[in-house]
Design a protein around this ligand. Sequence first.
Ligand code: HMG
Length: 388
Amino acid sequence: AAGAVPIGIEDLEIATGHHVLDLSALAETRGVDPAKYSRGLGQDEMSLPAADEDVVTMGAAAASALLERTGIEGIRTLLFATESGIDHSKSAAVIAHGLLGLPPHVRSVELKQACYAGMAAVQSAIGIVARRPQEKVLVIASDVARYQLASPGEPTQGAGAVAMVISADPALLEIEPISGVYSADIDDFWRPNDSSTAVVDGRLSMGAYQKALMGAWEDLQAQGGPSADQIDAFVYHQPFTKMARKAHRHLSQKLGAELDETPLDQAEVYNRRLGNTYTASLWNGLASLLDHAGDLAGKRVALFSYGSGSAGEMLTGIVRDQGDAAGRRARRLAMLDAREPLAVDAYEELHRSAELSSASDQETPQVGGSGFRFAGIQGRARRYERPA
Ligand code: HMG
């Protein structure tokens, strides 16, 4: 409504796992042409969590770096989006809340709908801020993408987290009120309660993604949202970066328009090296765009989230002040460069050992460097440590 307070992303930060696997080495081991991964899927590397890392530690690492800049004043809600949750009942949010040392008067809850939950958390946060604009919401999206060894999904694994502060009068990105949504019950990708890896029908999932994209786009138009020529950059959920390109070309074809692909190059720099980060993937793409696209002040970006199963949503936002993009880019590239490389056999060993049972007490070795650690299991409960 006219005069309504603008709401959006005040600031955002990213984090990832301790390890990295070079996909050309994986291709060699699997007897596949490395170009299939680098060009066919658009992926160069994938992040892997160390034995003492999980969605909670990565999310806490992203959020603690973010809160150092924004402070915690006004934050009364923590929404944690993940589809690789570590408990069926207790939310990753309450554990992150403790690790971050947040005050008790912060409601903390986890959201799930495959990769879409990050978008759901942002929209829920906007609703909370609209109701009481002096409040802020900390949103964390964090995931570990795991498929079976030597399966088609294997090169599209990854790990990473994004933390965002959603506020009124945001410094970074003002999110516009109209968005397009689409839901359809389909079994394209899911993870049964008794499985640590996803079950996926790859072809079906790519079709379901494009269907949800068109469904959300048509709804955006029907609601009176901006047309394609009023949008300067599209950013998509990137299960592998080529998927964003396929989606963009699909939309271009349907619209009978030549939509610019340059922003896709700028939005895939981090994702090519992280792999799929599920709920965090779209927001890693946004971070990459904001760090690589030059001055976007006043420009409109469209963000499309897809979560298998399935839910799609496209929202639009106006970039305000990107801040020190060059400094952030250098820091984030240094973070990616600093990951410890794994040989393929060590990666396979780590993949197998991630099937951790809570039946007996155990301690995890100290590996990850963020200071936030999953220390092991005690009395069937997960134990965590934070930086001293
Ligand atoms: P595949 O069947 O092994 O691969 O698995 P392919 O044979 O389709 O090849 C992939 C691409 O590489 C093709 O490109 C090939 O042509 C190309 P396209 O024709 O499609 O443009 N290629 C080569 N290119 C250059 N040089 C070569 C070469 N060889 C082949 N030598 C698949 C691919 C994506 C199906 C698999 O990795 C998979 O199942 N991944 C997991 C599912 C997935 O990521 N789905 C995406 C949509 S669903 C989604 O986004 C939601 C999700 O994030 C989960 C959630 O919501 O929670 C997954």
